[in-house]
Design a protein around this ligand. Structure first.
Ligand code: ATP
Length: 954
């Protein structure tokens, strides 16, 4: 095969003649490829598979973990500490200390943190799993004139593939032959309605993917018919593969939390380097030389270890994971872990209407023909109910236009109504289900009518077209007689002298615009302007009552209209009437909308439905007020991005929009600085879901591709679930801030205490070794911090505005808190250190080590953090006012940590390992006494802030 005949993705297959396509792929439609050629092409193009991992290798992910500035500093500390130990190992051994203990401990922590980050990232999304599942494993192909079954991954471009009803299509291809082929392409285009395919045509180059009726695509499925297909593209070159590649190649921006953590790391490292410089330079100046350089270096190392919150990444991971679990319990499945925390920043929720804000259980309530407005009784999908005109029951045969409308409802319909265990259920679209129930209430059974008037062609529904048509055959072509026209004067009335009837249903305005006549029971008359206006005002009236309204029309044909001729065939229709159905709002949504408003979140409705229907429901739910502006898809289409941006904060309802408008709305909101959550279900919604800060897919009605593009999936498709998840997001973020305050306050206290030692206590040495600091940062701070991650929501969590994603981690008092508490911490421990240092010179005795002042400092720092943990549970409430049992984990962790700390002081092997010393009961009591001051201080702070009326948040 010559190079120019290679298939490639830029070949516009749908505009090629079959012969030239065969030639291009050097194959034969009757014999297929030879086995040898298949092997060669397999080598060349690779297997027909979607690649699951691209981009970063395992090694890359692992290396990336160590690019974190705090871990780099720890690595540097480990190296310097190792070098110092190397120089002094003999002295250390002589003193009974293990050399390299600190180096090993620090490196272990670095490695643990690296592994933690790695595990978290590599767990991230098997983004292609669902897409991959769509490819079928076995395919029938023609090779060397033989029909074979081969594994789908062995397909190559140029293969001749055979399709039949029910198969999943395994590669993209051009139709060579087909009979009655209908393919469901929802996996690719989001449209549930099957597409009729056609062979031997060539289409204009710019034909959209949904209209390429001479091609079939990987991942779609054959509903009906058979076909012989020339495989044009396989693997990642297929349309599905390209979507997969697109989804993979989108780099996810770092989340607010990741950005904040980076910022935090930089501030801490810079701060500690400055402090180290001050201590070292100050020490050199004070001693007038380098005599104490080693001690100064040891102090610096301890300070560097003290400043890094080694336990923080683990605590954050656990907090996010717990948040995810809580959200799943509330039916929100988080697909990307940081979304848990990002949800707390959501300031605008853009939601679909049907199914998310409403129940998607439709019941037809009223019908309008030109002169009559009927109401319909009954509940749910149960086909029992009556038709009333002016409050009186009517007989259907008295109103033939009503009868015709019901026939259209039954035939222009892709759903099935069936009874399961006594309950009426709908298989398919609830809108269509309501129409089947309606028809059945009038005695029009779908099965019967489908066999009387079999469907021969159709123009399917799409959100863009907002309508659908089916063409039914009436005359029996073979015999030339139609039993039906003889028995059914109504049909013969509609049919005139033609053989086929097309029924159309869809958005009333668009359907009416295509009508030139109206059916009035006895026959058709031209539709005049006055009648048109009267129908539109009937529509407005029904929509204004919150009903979802569909318009119905029909048209007789002498021949089956050609496929793809919807624009011309769906013209000059005969109007039948309007059907209005109630899709009641979900009862829980009203409260959820109010909760949003209280929480400073703006709910916005984006729907394909009529503006008045949308408005009525939005007002009912509290999303909009009477008189609020509604922006329609066509108005939006005419607006520039600039104009949209100017209006986007004022509009709470978007009606009659197409999926592509959603992307523009998200972008405009984001340019206004909003943090947007957006719902979607079709494939066409995927770009908007990707663009949104939180993309939300529907678990029940959503397509796989929309789920792939989302950050969160609503298992119950319910708006209230989004609000519940947002609340959880806030709780997680508040708790993260809480334990960051808790951990960093202690870190600052440690650093300042260590820095003060060489200044205040000449010849005193370093109060805390790196190993003791790691113990504090990981265990005695880490355990209570984990418990704080489980703190239940504060009562006002949904009464505050959202956290700005751009705000610094140190905002809203967090930075000043850390510094203030760190200083208080340091002052308390430094006073204790000063006292203990002199105390141990006086109180001497057997078993009493002169270095035990260091253990007193170590113990006081740990125990003070226990008081801190108890007090920090609330920013406003005093600890005695709080229920101590509302978070038993905090109580438990405080108790456990205190016991662990005492074990370090009183169990000899642990004492040796951690370099601590035995403390007398009095000394221990003094440590506890000093530590309690920390708790007292925070409680006094709360009291003070309450007195001046300024409780600080989070
Ligand atoms: P939402 O966007 O809130 O989910 P929606 O269901 O109205 O609301 P689409 O599914 O895009 O959005 O439908 C758009 C419009 O197309 C509907 O408002 C209705 O007028 C019309 N329509 C919906 N379903 C059908 C159908 N099965 N057949 C014909 N027309 C339909």
């Amino acid at each position: 095969m010559s190079a120019h005949s290679l298939p490639d993705s830029i070949v516009v297959w749908h505009s090629l003649e079959v012969d030239s396509a065969l030639e291009r792929l050097a194959t034969n439609a009757e014999t297929g490829l030879s086995h040898q050629e298949v092997q060669r092409r397999l080598q060349e193009y690779g297997p027909n598979e979607l690649q699951e991992t691209r981009g970063r290798s395992t090694l890359d992910i692992l290396v990336d973990q160590f690019k974190n500035v705090m871990l780099l500093m720890l690595i540097a500390v480990a190296i310097v500490s190792g070098v110092l130990d190397l120089l002094n190992w003999q002295q250390k051994l002589a003193k009974g200390e293990l050399p390299f203990k600190d180096t090993i401990a620090i490196l272990a922590i670095v490695i643990l943190n690296g592994i933690l980050g790695y595990v978290q990232e590599s767990r991230a999304e098997k983004a292609l799993a669902a897409l991959k599942k769509l490819a079928s494993p076995i395919v029938r192909v023609l090779r060397e004139s033989q029909l074979l079954e081969v594994a789908a991954k062995e397909l190559v471009p140029g293969d001749v593939m055979l399709l039949e009803a029910g198969v999943h299509i395994a590669a993209d291809g051009l139709l060579l032959e087909q009979s009655n082929l209908q393919v469901r392409e929802s996996a690719l285009t989001g449209e549930a309605h099957p597409v009729n395919k056609q062979a031997s045509i060539h289409l204009p180059e710019d034909t959209g993917i949904g209209d390429r009726v001479n091609l079939v695509f990987q991942g779609t499925e054959v509903i009906q018919g058979r076909a012989k297909v020339l495989v044009t593209n396989t693997g990642m070159k297929t349309e599905l593969g390209q979507i997969a590649a697109m989804l993979q190649s989108v780099e996810n921006e770092p989340t607010p939390l990741q950005q904040r953590m980076d910022q935090l790391g930089k501030v801490l490292v810079t701060g500690s380097l400055v402090l180290v410089a001050i201590v070292v330079v100050g020490g050199i100046i004070r001693t007038g030389g380098f005599s104490e350089l080693q001690e100064l270096l040891e102090v610096s190392l301890s300070m560097a270890v003290a400043v890094v919150p080694e336990g923080l990444p683990a605590v954050i991971t656990v907090a996010l994971a717990l948040g995810t679990q809580r959200m799943v319990r509330r039916n929100a499945l988080i697909r990307k872990l940081p979304a848990v925390e990002t949800l707390g920043s959501v300031s605008t929720i853009c939601s679909d209407k049907t199914g998310t804000l409403t129940q998607n259980k439709m019941v037809v309530q009223s019908i309008s023909t030109l002169n009559c407005q009927f109401s319909v009784t009954g509940n749910g999908y149960n086909p029992i109910g009556e038709f009333q005109f002016q409050c009186r029951k009517v007989q259907l045969h008295d109103y033939s236009e009503l009868q015709a409308l019901l026939i259209a409802c039954a035939l222009c319909n892709d759903s099935v109504l069936q009874q399961e265990k006594g309950e009426w259920k709908i298989l398919g679209d609830p809108t269509e289900g309501a129409l089947l129930t309606l028809a059945a209430k009038g005695g029009i059974e779908q099965d019967q009518w489908q066999s009387k008037l079999p469907r021969v062609s159709e123009f399917p529904f799409s959100s863009e077209r907002k309508r659908m048509s089916v063409v039914c055959q009436v005359e029996q072509v073979e015999t030339g007689v139609s039993p039906l026209t003889a028995v059914d004067p109504l049909i013969s009335n509609l049919l005139k002298s033609e053989s086929y009837l097309m029924f159309t249903k869809g958005s009333p305005e668009l359907t009416l615009a295509r009508c030139t006549h109206i059916y009035i029971g006895t026959g058709t008359i031209p539709l005049n302007e006055q009648q048109r206006q009267s129908i539109l005002s009937q529509n407005d009236q029904m929509a204004g009552n919150g009903l979802r309204v569909l318009g119905f029309a029909y048209k007789p044909f002498s021949d089956i209209p050609p496929e793809g001729s919807d624009e011309t065939s769906e013209q000059q229709l005969v109007w039948l009437g309007l059907v209005g159905m109630l899709d009641a709002p979900r009862p829980e949504v009203r409260a959820a909308v109010q909760e949003c408003r209280d929480a400073g979140i703006r709910p916005v409705m984006i729907t394909g439905d009529h503006q008045l229907t949308a408005q009525a429901i939005a007002i009912d739910l509290g999303i909009a007020k009477v008189g609020d502006r509604v922006l329609t898809g066509s108005e939006l289409q005419r607006m520039s991005d600039q104009e949209l941006e100017e209006n986007v904060d004022l509009v709470n309802i978007y009606a009659r929009v197409a999926p592509e408008h959603k992307l523009r709305i998200v972008q405009a909101l984001q340019r206004r600085g909003r943090f947007v959550a957006m719902t979607g279900d079709g494939v066409n919604d995927a770009p908007a879901l990707k663009q949104a800060d939180i993309g939300i897919a529907m678990g029940i009605t959503g397509t796989d591709v929309s789920k792939e593009a989302s950050d969160m999936v609503l298992l119950d498709d319910n708006f209230a679930t989004i609000v519940a998840a947002t609340k959880e997001g806030r709780v997680v973020y508040t708790n993260i801030r809480r334990f960051i305050k808790y951990i960093l306050g202690s870190n600052i206290g440690e650093v300042l205490t260590i820095a003060a030692a060489p200044i205040l206590l000449p010849m005193g040495g370093v109060p805390l070794t790196p190993l003791q600091i790691l113990w504090m940062n990981l265990v005695t701070d880490g355990l209570p911090a984990l418990a704080l991650a489980l703190e239940p929501p504060e009562p006002d969590v949904m009464k505050r505005p959202p956290f700005s994603p751009r705000e610094s981690i140190f905002s809203k008092g967090l930075g000043s808190y850390i510094i203030r508490i760190g200083i208080v911490f340091a002052i308390i421990t430094i006073i204790l250190m000063e006292w203990a240092y002199h105390h141990v010179q006086i109180v001497k005795g057997p078993g009493l080590d002169p270095d035990r002042w260091k253990t007193m400092v170590f113990t006081a720092l740990c125990i003070a953090q226990m008081g801190h943990a108890l007090a920090i549970r609330s920013n406003t409430q005093l600890t005695i006012q709080m229920n101590p049992f509302s978070n038993l984990f905090v109580l438990g962790s405080v108790l456990l940590t205190t016991i662990l700390q005492l074990m370090l002081v009183y169990i000899p092997p642990l004492r040796t390992f951690f370099g601590t010393h035995w403390l007398s009961p009095t000394e221990l009591a003094i440590c506890f006494g000093f530590s309690a001051l920390m708790f007292v201080w925070i409680e006094l702070e709360k009291l003070f802030l309450r007195l001046i009326g300024k409780g600080h948040r989070a």
